[in-house]
Structure formats: C-alpha cells, structure tokens
Design a protein. Structure first.
Length: 279
C-alpha cells in the first residue's frame, strides 16, 4: 500500500509541470555586497575627545553608514552642539567620512578621512567664541575640521591615529595637530558589556592645548536598545579663573561687558548616561 502511494506521488509530480520544482527546497539568495545601517541616541551631554560640546546639556545624535563587501564605506553622523564650544553662530555638528576597512582573522585595518562641519558658524575678530591661538590670531568665517586617519584592531582592542590636514577646528596655525585613540570593548554576555578608552591630543599653536582624556563605561542591551553609563575625565586646562583654553561659555554674553554669562571647565569630570539603537 505504501509503495503504491509513493509511486502515485512520483507519477503526479512528473505529470504536472512545475510540481516537482515546487516541492524542491528553494536555493538561498546570494548575499548582497551592500549594507546600509543607521543609529540614533540620546546622551546626557556630548563629550568629544573628553571635552564638553553642549555645556553639560543633553545631545540627540544619529547617522547612517553604507558599507561594501570590498571594504569601502561612507557615512554621516550628526549632533547638536553649544555655540560656546567654539562654534559662533552654530548649533549643529555634521560629520562626513569615508574610507576602507578590512578584517584579517582577529586583526583589522581602517584607513579614511573625516570632515567635521558646523553649518551656520560665522567666526571673526569681534565674534564671541571664535577660534583663536596663543598669539591672538582669530579665525574668520566658517568653523570646520578635516582629518585623515589610520587604525588597527586586534580582537577587543583598537588603536587609531588622526591627523589634521587643515587648522584643527579652525584654530589658526594648528594644522598638523594629531590625536591618538586607544579603546577596548568586552562582551560580558547576557547583553552586558564594558568599554574603556584613553586618548591624547597634540594641539599646535595653543598654550596648554595638549591633554589626555580617558573613559570607562558599562552598557546593557535590552531588546535592541543599548543603555550606557560612562565615567569621563581629562587633564585639559580649563580653569576659568585664569581664562585657560578649555574654559567654555554657555553661548550667551553679558550686554554690558560682552563676557559669557556662564562659564565652565569643559574638560572636568563627568558621568554620561545614554540610550541608543542601531537599525
């Protein structure tokens, strides 16, 4: 009886066009060489290389990335910023970057360039918060920064070197400033992770412009949303009583004196809370 049913099924499959093909498992579609991802996050404040960019206020950040299987990639990332962080007339940072990244077993290589753009900025000798060097030379016009970088990674460690090909964030005569970033991430399982970072900036043409920054943080992934807490600190010189370079204003000025209504050490110790999601 079972042999008869089997024979009947085979005969029916051969007799009906397409039936045999329909019963066969479908071939897997080839993987696309293109990948597009996005990210969005809310942070209690924005720290760039350890320096406060939002005068201690929250930051909404996000961007998009395109990557090709060859290793080529381009992307854009954005955040609100404070005018007092050196961006007169501006309140938005837009980063555009591209490069080539490849993995070789446990090792990785990343080479590229990045342009930090601040739409609406208009600096000048009479403008509060305009970039200025130790000689008193003031930048005029838009504020931006252009860097090339090269980085290597091994398992959970990464080392990246950034080199300014123009004046560093428009500070006059600061071309060839550089920043080195050593970072580590570790997956603890069950959605938990820890991360750490040490970086050092060498800023040309600015007295007390060099500094080291460091961070240690913990993250927890809950349903695709990553919650984070990070301790961030630097040895940047930001004493406002002596008007050091990393003393930033809040973006507003006194109508009589022209001085910032509030100031703070932009490199002081802080804890940053965050929630972010990639898609």
């Amino acid at each position: 009886m079972r042999k008869s049913i089997l024979a009947l099924s085979v005969t029916a499959a051969l007799a009906v066009p397409g039936l045999a093909a329909a019963q066969a498992p479908a071939a897997a579609a080839p993987a696309s060489p293109h990948t597009v991802t996005g990210n969005v996050g809310l942070f209690s404040e924005y720290r760039f290389r350890g320096i406060d960019q939002t005068f201690g206020k929250p930051a909404l950040q996000g961007g998009f990335d395109y990557a090709h299987s060859s290793g080529l990639y381009i992307g854009n990332w954005n955040s609100n910023v404070s005018e007092g962080a050196g961006f007169p007339g501006g309140n938005l940072e837009m980063d555009f970057y591209g490069g080539w990244k490849k993995s070789f077993g446990d090792f990785g290589l990343d080479i590229g360039a990045i342009w930090y753009m601040y739409p609406g900025t208009d600096a000048g000798p009479t403008t509060l918060y305009s970039p200025v060097n130790s000689a008193g030379t003031v930048h005029s016009g838009k504020v931006d920064n252009k860097e090339i970088y090269i980085g290597g990674s091994w398992k959970f460690l990464s080392l990246k070197y950034y080199y300014s090909i123009d004046d560093y964030f428009s500070v006059p005569d600061s071309k060839k400033s550089n920043y080195i970033d050593l970072s580590a991430t570790w997956d603890l399982g069950s959605g938990w992770g820890i991360n750490g970072h040490v970086g050092q900036l060498k800023l040309k043409s600015v007295t007390n412009g060099d500094y080291t920054d460091w961070k240690i943080g913990v993250t927890k992934d809950i349903g695709g949303y990553v919650f984070g807490l990070a301790y961030i600190d630097t040895n940047a010189k930001g004493d406002c009583s002596t008007a050091q370079f990393y003393c930033f204003g809040n973006g507003t000025s006194d109508v009589v004196t022209g001085a910032p209504t509030k100031t703070k050490d932009a490199g002081d110790t802080t804890f940053v809370l965050s929630v972010s999601k990639s898609f």
